[in-house]
Design a protein around this ligand. Structure first.
Ligand code: AMP
Ligand code: MN
Ligand code: MN
Length: 323
């Protein structure tokens, strides 16, 4: 057994009150992993508080256990686990507002800074949920149907419905086991990935109406006014980026989402073989080779100019090296 898993087990044995947190503006892997680990530790007799700084978006409220998620830390906490976060700031909490130092860090971002006492980080894993599935047996944790449903949600969403290049035969074997354990794949796929509200469709329309394309680069923006106009309550792109990345010829797709306090949330997606994570890091963000993001201070127009110019640079240098 790998030493981190032995350490993980030891820390769990000594813990009674466990707080688990995943990243801000949570996606399906953050939420699914958080609930799955919480439920299985509760079943093992632990007192567990699952926490998300931003709470659970409506789209994921169907998940069993989602109603247990809190937005603040409990008073008693003798173990802190962080999931699906490349660094502590990604939790959405300031370091000084955490109840203690991070004991266990479970993640699959190549940019992970190994901020825990125990770090189970596998950049080849398709989702944090995949790592948690593998950990269940050595940690002696049960995967019941509710845990299975949450883990499968993490896998379905982080692989955008098994479309990313890190979907290995092993991932699909895990999927098969999770279905056998009671996870409803079709329902998860439909609710966590496919289904959209009319509001979201209108919001997408705002972004699509301003779509720009230049060689292999495709981008657009979503403004505060768009959100107000259509009545969209989130601060994100409502997954429009994944739609844009299906456009024929898009080597790199970028979306700019204007934020309330003079900042812009930028998301990049790139085709297989083009690593976009260092660019996101250069702008203070992070992510995976093919999916990365950053929160950049500045107004929409200025940030768009800077980011598009830098992204164009990456595409140009890549086409030179491949010549
Ligand atoms: P997004 O563009 O928000 O869908 O995120 C794509 C990937 O980039 C995710 O795996 C995130 O973990 C990562 N990411 C997004 N925003 C940030 C950020 N501000 N800092 C670090 N990583 C980020
Ligand atoms: Mn995530
Ligand atoms: Mn993830």
């Amino acid at each position: 057994m790998k030493s981190e898993i032995i350490e993980f087990r030891k820390l769990l044995e000594g813990a009674t009150n466990i707080a688990i947190v995943a990243h801000e503006r949570p996606d399906g892997d953050a939420i699914g992993s958080l609930i799955a680990l919480s439920l299985s530790l509760q079943k093992a007799g632990k007192q567990v508080t699952p926490i998300l700084a931003d709470g659970v978006p409506t789209r994921f409220q169907f998940l069993p256990g989602a109603d247990e998620i809190k937005r603040t830390f409990p008073i008693e906490c003798n173990l802190l686990i962080v999931l699906d976060c490349s660094d502590v700031v990604r939790t959405g909490f300031k370091v000084e507002d955490l109840p203690r130092g991070v004991d266990i860090n479970v993640d699959h971002h190549p940019t992970n800074t190994h901020y825990g006492i125990v770090n189970v980080v596998d950049a080849y894993a398709s989702a944090t949920a995949e790592i948690l599935f593998d950990l269940a047996e050595p940690l002696g944790l049960e995967i019941d149907s509710r845990v299975a449903m949450n883990l499968l949600t993490g896998l379905v969403t982080d692989t955008i419905g098994f479309r990313t290049t890190n979907v290995t035969p092993k991932v699909l074997q895990i999927v098969a086991q999770l279905i056998e354990l009671g996870a409803p794949l079709a329902e998860i796929y439909e609710r966590a990935l496919n289904r959209r509200s009319v509001t979201v469709a209108r919001y997408w329309g705002c972004g699509l109406s301003r779509l720009e394309q230049e060689d292999g680069l495709v981008w657009t923006s979503l403004t505060l006014e768009d959100r107000q106009h259509v009545g969209y309550s989130g601060k994100d792109d409502a997954d429009l980026i994944n739609l844009l990345s299906t456009i024929d010829g898009a080597e790199v797709t970028v979306i700019f989402v204007e934020q309330p306090e003079g900042a812009v949330k930028v998301s990049w997606r790139s085709r297989a073989g083009l690593n976009i994570a260092p660019l996101a890091e250069a702008f203070g963000g992070g992510g995976h080779h093919q999916a990365a993001g950053a929160m950049i201070v500045g107004d929409l127009e200025e940030v768009t100019k800077r980011v598009i110019s830098a992204t164009r640079g990456i595409l140009e240098s890549e086409s030179e090296t491949s010549r």
